[in-house]
Design a protein around this ligand. Sequence first.
Ligand code: GAR
Length: 212
Amino acid sequence: MVKTVVLVSGGGTNLQAILDSLADGRIKNCEIAAVISSSPDAYALTRAEKAGVPTRVVDVKEYPDRQRYTDAIERVCLEVGAELIVLAGFLYVLSPSFSETYENKVINIHPALIPSFCGNGAYGLRVHKKALAYGVKVSGATSHFVVAEADAGPIILQKAVKVEEDDTPEVLQRRIMEQAEWKILPESISLFCQGRLVVEGRRVRILPEVNE
Ligand code: GAR
């Protein structure tokens, strides 16, 4: 079982998709060692507690700078023996030292088709506001490995979602969550935990499933 830490900041619908996929066997060979929240008020914490998963709060407001916040998160990850870290609606960019310690072991879900509408300042609803303002007809979600630069790491999975005529950012966000994020994030975790992701430069090769 791959010891996995999930980082969250808010509602935790992606965390819920992970918990549900673990419960029904869609994610294989994975155990959640801890859910770490950047805020004590995140509803994601309640979701984790209901599922019987250990939770920790590393409150971003209690740290003077990004490096010290990153170090605090890293200490918890080391303490619980994390082998995979998943950013599931975690809305802070950690210092480069984190992705260096956990090279090709940190997976993020981003609510757009990278390289569109991503990078510093593109998170949550802001992403969908940008997509609608630009006028794209298709958006979607991307799972990727985390590198020092925000949203710039090797892409694992992407799924496109249609933009409808009267979409608001909220409506588009919900459709992208339902049709893309809640599917490709659990699938990416399962692929990682089965040892089926091979990073070759910017490209991620997905190995076929081995049937025992
Ligand atoms: C999700 O749409 C996730 O993709 C996004 O924040 C939302 C969190 O929702 N993450 C980013 O924008 C990261 N750049 P959730 O807490 O319900 O999973």
